[in-house]
Design a protein around this ligand. Structure first.
Ligand code: B12
Length: 344
């Protein structure tokens, strides 16, 4: 506050936006935002502004969440809500709140707004969120555990599956198809972001077990060469990239994994520093594939003599060629085959 105090702006003229994070992705963030609003009001003596609807992103019936969060935010001390005033439920929350906190004297505004309104009970059509069809693979306990987002069950089922099948078979025949079912259900709107996250977490738990089995069978000894891999900027999907990493390491390559949401300049820097002759890029969204192209272009512009292989659910061989990639890897095994071509 020192800066605004120093140039004489009264605290009552300062509005701070404490930011609304999405509760489906970061559940405890709602309470933090509310706490921050109260701190701004009580400790700093400034005012607050907040866009409230982001709270419900990725959830069904967003209005329920938005109105409840707006009410809590007003109670925490919110002065200016950024919201759609044409949403009846939001305006109802504001009007009811003003009555309950004695700001709307004698309920005048409330009565004026609603005296002639007949309340209709709303019927919300319920979709069957629980059960996207699992097909033949539905019998598989691992498939079910991933589909339903059950972490412990997925871990245990992965151990069971490895008793009868090879690790890569379990990945290709069960984990990926289960995630495809989950992805389709998400796209159709029959499951929502929290469930998608739970399925991803269950997959990761299962893959930890599978990874150990892969490592136990891997080649030991001298490195066959360096490979830099990354999920491109703007994209946080890394399950596929992590599988690719484990497989390449298993084939004896020294893999530098830059993680996810990696900007082109960091990839260029890593290739320059390591001299890696091969780079692997992952992108899973139509919105982030252009960043894959930007990364390839940045590598070319830096005159680095490396080859680039690309992968990810939305890519095709034709598109990979169009963005200047040297190789399209449909799965982790294909990435190891290509590495063999490069390193001999
Ligand atoms: C799990 C998942 C998530 C998890 C990711 C967790 C994690 N740590 O990765 C979470 C819940 C976080 C998530 C978030 C989101 N997701 Co998502 N997600 C998925 C889902 C269901 C599965 C992806 C997956 O891991 N598949 C399994 C792996 C093993 O497959 P893979 O990545 O294709 O990898 C294989 C090959 O492609 C290849 N490969 C992959 N990478 C590489 C790299 C190299 C170098 C090589 C050689 C090979 C290679 O080898 C791998 C192994 O065989 C997909 C649906 C689907 N069917 O793909 C949606 C999906 C990708 N998500 C989608 C969306 C929209 C989102 C969100 C925007 C949702 C939201 N509203 O917030 C956010 C995006 C956040 C962001 N900025 O990135 C959409 C994208 C739509 C599009 N066409 O652009 C999809 C397709 C779902 C859908 N049908 O709507 N998601």
């Amino acid at each position: 506050m020192a800066a605004t105090d120093a140039i004489g702006i009264p605290r009552g003229d300062v509005y701070i936006d404490c930011l609304t994070l999405t509760v489906s992705a970061e559940q405890s963030a709602a309470a933090e935002t509310l706490k921050a609003i109260t701190m701004c009001k009580k400790e700093l003596g400034v005012r607050t502004v907040l866009g409230v609807s982001n709270i419900s992103f990725g959830l069904p019936c967003r209005g329920y969440m938005n109105t409840t969060f707006l009410t809590l935010a007003m109670q925490a001390g919110l002065d200016l809500a950024i919201m759609n005033p044409n949403t009846p439920e939001m305006m109802a929350a504001v009007r009811a709140y003003r009555v309950l906190t004695s700001q709307d004297e004698k309920c005048n505004d409330y009565v004026a707004a609603y005296a002639n309104v007949q309340v209709q009970t709303s019927q919300v059509a319920k979709t069957d969120a629980a059960a996207p069809a699992g097909g033949a693979a539905g019998a598989d306990a691992l498939f079910e555990a991933v589909r339903r987002g059950l972490k412990n069950e997925a871990r245990a089922a992965a151990g069971e599956a490895l008793k009868t099948r090879e690790p890569l078979q379990v990945v290709n025949e069960t984990l990926i198809p289960a995630l495809d079912v989950v992805g389709d259900a998400f796209e159709k709107g029959s499951i929502f972001l929290p469930q998608l996250l739970q399925s991803a977490t269950a997959t990761q738990a299962a893959f930890e077990v599978i990874k150990t089995a892969i490592a136990a069978s891997g080649s030991q000894g001298e490195s066959k060469g360096r490979i830099v891999i990354a999920t491109v900027k703007g994209d946080v999907h890394d399950i596929g990239k992590n599988i690719v990493r484990v497989i390449l390491e298993n084939y004896g390559y020294d893999v530098l994994d830059l993680g996810r949401d990696v900007p082109p300049e960091r990839v260029v820097e890593a290739v320059r520093q390591t001299g890696a002759p091969l780079v692997g890029l992952s992108a899973l969204m139509t919105t982030t594939v252009p960043n894959m192209q930007a990364t390839i272009e940045a590598l070319h512009a830096a005159n680095l003599p490396c080859k680039v292989m690309v992968g990810g659910a939305v890519l095709t061989k034709a598109y990979a060629e169009q963005i200047g990639a040297d190789f399209y890897a449909k799965d982790a095994k294909a990435s190891a085959d290509y590495a063999k071509q490069i390193f001999g």
